[in-house]
Design a protein. Structure first.
Length: 568
């Protein structure tokens, strides 16, 4: 349940902090007092679209914060866990939204930053706002099918997911078929090019890393003479230049005198002997290396030719040998597609036919489940409409399958093969017709309320808000709407912005929104009404500008009757 709502610097609201309770709440006040601003604030909290002009004039930002108290089994906790938001059913859920005068927005859930996409996903579990504009959703047939599927329950939703997987695969196969069929002319032109490229790359017999090894080999061959001269001179200095002989003589001298100062001379002697052996070994290696170095202009030319070939392929097909080989693999696949086009077409067509039959079978299963659900939903809505002073109303969820005469012509879509249409007649003897052709504004309000009453138990959204949905009704119909909202409040927390005293008197909690001018600024306040103050507000709603003892008496009488009605 929504426990608290705090608003600062939103439109004409400077600062408002409101506590709410279980049950049915109404918000009343003069036209233009700012009743809908509270709904706008709550909409922003749960991810609604905001704009800079919603920020109170002269302020840097608007701030909205809502605190929810939710049961441990509520679906929102699973959503929060999936999104990585740290929250526990043992504590309140606090959502904060800021909207700056520059148009930027920021949101936090229990102090943790969340994106707008995350906030909307969370908000869908918490608040359902129904305003007058939502009547239009009743006229969209695609919405009708979604409502029916939701009513049908978990089995249909599970089968629908299975169907959608098959349908999506079918669409991919159809796209591949179209691409293959439409590209046949271009394929003939491309085939020769693919064959040439494949032959050119394949003939090179490239190996990964080959270019690096060749480059190293080329450097060695180019500088063979320089290497030979330098190594020969180094060997000569060591061996022929008496370098090793000098080491040998120095060692002999130390051997003669080491007994006179062994502590110092013996370690020096060991160093010289080690250096001698290392220098001698290095000299032998230099000699062997000198003898192995050869100048080979013919081999150098071969290496240059190979490198030129590889570099030419790099300019055409990729920056590295692995890139060239990857291009070869892709081109070979494209060539095979073209050369085996007929076989591939046959394969894709067979797969398309198989998937279509599978999708059609699943779509028929969905259709059967919907047939059963449509009868139950029609009965449930007629029952609700009867309680909303439309006893003669007949409601039907009609399922249609376009082109149903030929199975191959059935138009499958992401939801199956069905189209759902809500049909209604409000007068005995009149035929059922689509809502768009028969329902008035007041009837639409009651149909929507009937739907909300049915789906309140299904979608588990704890907060249900009706923004002046009772517009266009009066008398007994208004009373019926009020009673239905009151009944609905036994299952969830219900809010209603209303101008009708019949609705206001049925509420468990009554709030007045008042606009006032303080200094040079307009400000809106929210006050919970009880006792005589509530009677005064109801009398105003009954009598207009002038409140008399008669209207006060009538208001008290309405409250007493409402209390008895709810207690019955």
């Amino acid at each position: 349940m929504l426990r608290e709502l705090s608003i600062r610097n939103l439109a004409v609201i400077e600062e408002v902090n409101v506590s709410f309770h279980n049950g049915f709440h109404v918000l009343t006040g003069e036209t233009g007092a700012g009743k809908s601003i509270l709904i706008d604030a709550l909409s922003l909290v749960v991810g609604g679209r905001g704009s800079a002009d919603m920020v109170r004039y002269g302020c840097d930002k608007a701030e909205m914060e809502a605190m929810f108290d939710l049961a441990a089994e509520h679906p929102v906790w699973q959503v929060l866990a999936k999104l990585g938001v740290n929250a526990s059913p043992e504590e309140m859920l606090v959502i904060r939204r800021e909207l700056s005068a520059t148009g930027k927005s920021g949101s936090r859930v229990n102090g943790q930053l969340v994106t707008m996409t995350m906030l909307r996903e969370i908000g869908e579990c918490l608040v359902n706002i129904h305003g007058q504009h939502e009547h239009q959703s009743l006229l969209r047939t695609e919405q009708h099918l979604e409502w029916l599927d939701l009513f049908a329950g978990d089995l249909l939703i599970e089968r629908k997911h299975h169907y959608r997987d098959v349908f999506n695969e079918l669409q991919q196969i159809k796209a591949s078929l179209r691409e293959l069929e439409q590209s046949s002319r271009q394929n003939v032109q491309m085939l020769d090019l693919y064959r040439f490229q494949i032959e050119e790359i394949s003939a090179a017999k490239l190996k990964p890393g080959e270019d690096e090894l060749l480059a190293e080999e080329r450097r060695k061959l180019m500088y063979a003479g320089k290497r030979m001269d330098a190594v020969a001179e180094a060997y000569s200095l060591l061996y022929d230049g008496k370098g090793l002989d000098a080491f040998s003589k120095a060692i002999a001298k130390l051997i003669d005198i080491q007994v006179y100062d062994a502590a110092i001379l013996s370690p020096l002697l060991e160093q010289l002997q080690s250096a001698f052996y290392q220098a001698e070994d290095a000299a032998f290696q230099l000699r062997d290396y000198r003898d192995s170095v050869e100048s080979d202009p013919e081999l150098l030319a071969q290496v240059d030719d190979r490198l030129n070939l590889i570099n030419g392929l790099k300019r055409k097909y990729g920056e590295t040998i692995p890139d060239i080989l990857a291009y070869l693999e892709r081109t070979t696949e494209e060539r095979d597609k073209i050369e085996n086009r007929d076989e591939l077409l046959d394969e894709l067509r067979a797969k398309e036919s198989r998937l279509f039959e599978q999708a059609l079978s699943l779509a028929k299963e969905l259709s059967q489940l919907r047939e059963h659900a449509s009868a139950r939903l029609s009965d449930a809505i007629e029952k609700e409409l009867g309680q909303l002073q439309m006893p003669s109303a007949r409601f039907k969820v009609q399922l249609e399958q376009p082109d149903a005469g030929d199975e191959r012509q059935i138009r499958l879509h992401a939801g199956g093969m069905d189209e759902a249409v809500f049909l209604l007649t409000t007068n005995p003897g009149e035929p059922l017709k689509p809502l768009s052709k028969i329902a008035s504004g007041g009837e639409m309000s009651r149909i929507m309320l009937a739907l909300k009453s049915i789906f309140a138990e299904i979608d588990q959204v704890p907060v249900l808000i009706f923004d002046e949905v009772d517009t266009g009704v009066s008398g007994r119909a208004a009373q019926a709407i009020a009673e239905k909202m009151s009944q609905l409040a036994a299952r969830c927390q219900v809010f209603s912005i209303t101008h009708l005293p019949q609705v206001a008197c049925m509420a468990d909690h009554h709030y007045e929104i008042r606009k006032q001018v303080i200094g040079a600024r307009t400000s809106t306040s929210v006050t919970e009404l009880t006792g005589s103050v509530r009677i005064e507000e109801l009398a105003r709603m009954l009598g207009g500008v002038e409140v008399t003892e008669k209207t006060r008496h009538h208001a008290q009488e309405m409250l007493d009757l409402a209390h008895k009605q709810k207690g019955a």
